[in-house]
Design a protein around this ligand. Structure first.
Ligand SMILES: [Zn+2]
Ligand SMILES: [Zn+2]
Ligand SMILES: [Zn+2]
Length: 279
């Protein structure tokens, strides 16, 4: 019945579900990096969210350009950042086509740390006498967990820890997106109450100092108790998608690139799309 669904339904599309190097990893000969299953091909983490009448991406990693092309994104109203690591920031320069097409400055929602990183990494975009052909951005600072509006949707920042680094997840319309965390502070648990769908990072089965392992992510999923949980920011060490996914408890799945959710009757459900494309 996909064809009957009006286009205005809120939608969330996984642009990438891989860890910082992506999967496959350059030069790796493991079976995951050589898998023919498109679900084993993971670009760097990002989510495209169409809610409240706005088209928004969470993070612009190194694969941002190819993700925009793959999903045929025609307009972008804002970028929301989780943190300043390169795998979440590096593609920011490629917002330029949206500046050009829309003839507008791009609103960017970021913490002070991310703002500092943007100024450092993309200094040419902030110079007083900048030339044409540079990204045109308007940074709007996120303060703690203070919510902000984008169109008709309220975005709730979720303060998280990524080892020593304070970062943000987001909650919007019953969907919570957490990536690169290894700790959820006490005050943030309350902000996750009643989410319908949780996205949480799970790097690999073995522990890591700055990312949730698989078991830790499953604990978070149980604590939050969302109807459905998707795991993201996945390394090749997680194993083959098909094998690992089959071992997960009911209501918990590995995300994959191109996975698309639609919000119907307050719940986010996958569309019948299988995957996006393969490298
Ligand atoms: Zn990352
Ligand atoms: Zn590999
Ligand atoms: Zn990170």
């Amino acid at each position: 019945m996909q064809g009957d669904v009006p286009k205005t339904l809120p939608r969330a599309t996984f642009l990438g579900s891989g860890t910082s190097q992506g999967v496959p990893i350059i030069g790796c000969s493991c079976e995951v990096c050589h898998s023919d299953d498109p679900r084993d091909h993971r670009l760097r983490c990002s989510l495209w969210v169409e809610v409240g009448g706005k088209s928004v991406v969470i993070d612009t990693g190194p694969d941002f350009r190819i993700q925009m092309l793959r999903e045929r994104v025609q307009s972008l109203d804002a970028v929301v950042y989780t943190h300043e690591h390169k795998d979440h920031l590096a593609g920011m320069d490629d917002i330029r086509p949206f500046n050009f097409l829309q003839r507008t400055v791009m609103p960017i929602y970021a913490s002070e740390r991310v703002e500092a990183a943007l100024h450092r990494d993309f200094h040419y975009a902030f110079e007083p006498n900048k030339h044409g052909g540079v990204p045109d951005v308007d940074i709007r600072l996120i303060e703690g967990d203070r919510a902000f509006e984008l169109g008709e949707a309220t975005w709730q920042p979720l303060p998280l820890m990524h080892a020593e680094l304070p970062i943000h997840g987001y909650r919007v319309e019953g969907l919570a997106y957490i990536t690169d965390a290894n700790h959820i502070p006490n005050d943030t648990w309350g902000l996750l109450d009643g989410v319908d769908t949780l996205v949480v990072n799970a790097l690999r089965p073995s522990p890591h100092y700055s990312h949730f392992s698989l078991d830790e992510a499953l604990d978070v999923a149980r604590h939050v108790g969302a109807r459905q949980t998707y795991l993201t920011h996945i390394s090749h060490l997680m194993g083959l998608h098909s094998e690992r996914n089959a071992t997960l408890p009911e209501g918990i799945s590995l995300a994959f690139d191109g996975l698309q959710l639609e919000r119907r009757d307050q719940e986010w459900h996958p569309t019948n799309r299988q995957h996006a494309w393969t490298l």
